[in-house]
Design a protein around this ligand. Structure first.
Ligand SMILES: C[S@@+](CC[C@H](N)C(=O)[O-])C[C@H]1O[C@@H](n2cnc3c(N)ncnc32)[C@H](O)[C@@H]1O
Length: 200
């Protein structure tokens, strides 16, 4: 299902939104929705919320999940910036998935990157204890920035844990694995972390 921002309660009542109480996981930047479809099919017991800033991609993702008869996914066309602050309650999310966030490689564009302290503060605030953050990128420099931001956050309760690779493959992961590009994965848990470079 697709929901528009004005139709949402502030903060979101997940029980009302999904019509049931279940673990909640959020994907930021769903793109064309390949990860979301695969993950939702494998985890019908979870409530999955997808955020995507480009309406065209969100509609593409929606068509994909609808075609697969998936009922546990809700998609919202929105920038993540400001969304978590307004719509997501403290300690309400079981996991975040962020696959191939735009790296904005030029220095003058770094300000557009989503990984910054203010963002991680929102991730940390909204995750349940033991809640998880999964990240993958092909961009080494951005990966290092992400790790550094996470390290500075480990004092605040997010720490890194081992994670080899996402078994549920997003569009970008599929494309880059096919090309043989290195992909960097990391996982953080609300309280240890480990990182891996995958030789594809
Ligand atoms: C490189 S694509 C990766 C898409 C998908 N996660 C994958 O791995 O195939 C990044 C996606 O994040 C979305 N995105 C980028 N910045 C965003 C933001 N600030 N809020 C919400 N979505 C964003 C883009 O529109 C795009 O669909």
């Amino acid at each position: 299902m697709i929901r528009n921002l004005p139709d949402l309660s502030v903060p979101i009542d997940f029980q009302a939104l999904f019509g049931r109480t279940a673990p909640v996981e959020i994907e930021i930047g769903v793109g064309k929705g390949r990860f979301m479809r695969e993950y939702a099919l494998a985890h019908p017991e979870k409530n999955l919320l997808g955020l995507e800033k480009v309406p065209k991609w969100m509609k593409h993702a929606h068509a994909r999940v609808e075609k697969a008869g998936i009922e546990n996914v809700c998609l919202i066309a929105t920038y993540v910036e400001g969304f978590l602050e307004r719509y997501i309650s403290d300690f309400s999310v079981d996991a975040y998935h962020i696959y191939f966030p735009d790296p904005w490689p030029k220095k003058k564009h770094h300000k557009h990157r989503i990984f910054k302290e203010s963002f991680l503060r929102q991730i940390e605030r909204t995750l349940k204890p033991q809640g998880e953050l999964f990240v993958a990128t092909d961009h080494k420099e951005y990966y290092e920035v992400i790790l550094n931001t996470l390290v500075s956050f480990s004092r605040n309760g997010l720490s890194m844990l081992p994670w080899e690779r996402s078994a549920f493959v997003s569009n970008f992961q599929a494309k880059y694995e096919k090309e043989g590009r290195p992909i960097y994965f990391c996982k953080a848990v609300k309280e240890g972390f480990r990182t891996t470079e995958m030789a594809a």
